[in-house]
Design a protein around this ligand. Structure first.
Ligand code: MN
Length: 443
């Protein structure tokens, strides 16, 4: 369906939370992403909404005796009730309308022209982001990783099959595999170099720390309302089942992957850790930046009808700029700025999230609120928009030369990866996804 624009997207609306009004902050009043946090004082976890450099503690907000809360519109009440939980799952399960009503209520409470009573009450609910420890936003029952970038699939395929990079199913099916929810971690969590079985050329296999640790820049979609087993999610209703997005780093051990992945796909090369940015930017916040789906070559097959909807083709993409930076221990010690490895855009993806979700449920597989679908590595058509080192270095052949003389084929212990996402469009306020970081520690 067509993304709905309303007064919460007005670019000139400011907040009485003054840090939200600065140029190019991730969390202006037009964003209002949801997350879960804890402080030394709050006996959390509590749900929160980020604005400027603070968090509105929704657990505290729920207890305020303001008429705006106690007499909240009917549609917003189930969402307010869900704010007492320790994860976003119940809010996610409510679907679009209660979430939208809560967004409107928060927007009203936080805008600059809110009454002094409102501002006074809300001020007691604010927590500096610097004082909060962010947690995973939801209990993720199931995690699925897709492979939706044609450019990534082609680049990687070419490394292994120079003459035949794309397998025959690629343009017909959103390719994916079932991941592991137990090792999803929030941004900032150190990532231990995994052990694994590998084989060098025709030598006997050995077991030890991966020598080719990589990252994958991806976008994660949190499922909102789910579907019962045996039911499907039609592609033209898929947006109703989406809650919002975060940045995902799908850490990958390439040597383990190369040895283990045939015939059943990725396994231990992927499931040792997957990092998520802590703030979930809702589908409502993304509305102004929705864009058309990937324009297929005339020679490409049309998606089968269960994957094809006119609305999704018109609005299923997201104009979201993404950036990956690397900070080595030496750069950090020398006070140098992080080095930008790539810049890309989610609008280059071959499959939309609606197609991935519709395909996933097309056999009657049940999706549940809080399930996570990751897009697959986001790589664009250019050399500067490749979303992992496997592609950037052509499997280690062409190392990255850092400004201080260091080089990297793959990640070393102590290296820190920083991923960022930004939606920017003329006539609208820029909103950000925040950051997804992780530092490698030794095996
Ligand atoms: Mn991946």
């Amino acid at each position: 369906m067509k993304p709905t624009l309303d007064e919460t997207h007005q670019p000139d609306t400011q907040s009485w939370v003054l840090t939200a009004n600065a140029e190019e902050v991730d969390f202006p009043i037009q964003n209002l992403p949801f997350g879960v946090f804890r402080t030394a004082q709050n006996n959390g976890p509590h749900l929160g909404v980020a604005i400027g450099d603070v968090i509105v503690d929704l657990h505290q907000l729920r207890r305020q005796t303001l008429p705006e809360i106690t007499n909240a519109p009917t549609e917003a009440r189930p969402a307010l009730d869900a704010c007492q939980d320790a994860t976003l799952n119940r809010l996610m399960a409510l679907g679009t309308e209660p979430r939208r009503a809560l967004r409107h209520l928060l927007h009203k409470l936080l805008r600059r022209d809110a009454s002094p009573e409102i501002q006074q009450a809300l001020t007691t609910c604010l927590v500096p982001q610097n004082d909060a420890m962010m947690l995973l936003p939801a209990h993720v029952g199931d995690y699925t990783d897709f492979y939706a970038s044609l450019y990534h699939a082609t680049h990687v395929g070419r490394l292994f099959r120079p003459d035949n990079p794309l397998l025959p199913n690629y343009k017909h099916i959103p390719i994916g595999y079932h991941g592991r929810a137990s090792t999803l971690v929030v941004s900032g969590t150190p990532v231990k170099r995994p052990m694994g079985q590998t084989r060098k050329e025709e030598q006997p296999p050995t077991f030890g720390p991966t020598a080719t640790l990589d990252y994958e820049l991806e976008l994660g979609l949190f499922v909102g309302r789910g579907n019962a087993m045996g039911q499907t999610i039609p592609v033209d209703r898929a947006e109703d089942h989406m809650f919002g997005v975060c940045i995902v780093n799908d850490w990958s051990a390439r040597d383990v992957q190369a040895w283990e992945y045939q015939p059943l796909g990725p396994f231990l090369a992927k499931n040792f850790a997957t990092s998520l940015s802590p703030w979930v930017v809702t589908m409502e916040a993304l509305a102004p930046y929705r864009t058309q789906a990937f324009t297929r070559d005339a020679a490409d097959p049309q998606p089968l009808p269960y994957l094809l909807s006119a609305d999704d083709q018109a609005h299923g993409g997201i104009d979201l700029r993404l950036e990956v930076q690397l900070l080595t221990p030496r750069m950090q010690a020398d006070g140098q700025a992080a080095y930008t490895l790539s810049r890309g855009n989610f609008d280059t993806m071959y499959w939309t999230f609606a197609q991935m979700l519709a395909h996933h449920a097309s056999n009657g597989c049940s999706m549940q609120a809080g399930d996570l679908l990751a897009s697959g590595t986001i790589s664009g058509p250019t050399d500067t928009s490749r979303g992992c080192l496997l592609e950037i270095t052509s499997r280690g052949k062409n190392p990255v030369h850092l400004p201080n003389g260091e080089e990297r084929k793959f990640l070393q212990d102590g290296d820190t990866l920083v991923m960022r996402g930004l939606c920017k469009k003329d006539g609208y306020r820029t909103i950000g996804l925040g950051t997804c970081t992780g530092t490698i520690i030794n095996a």
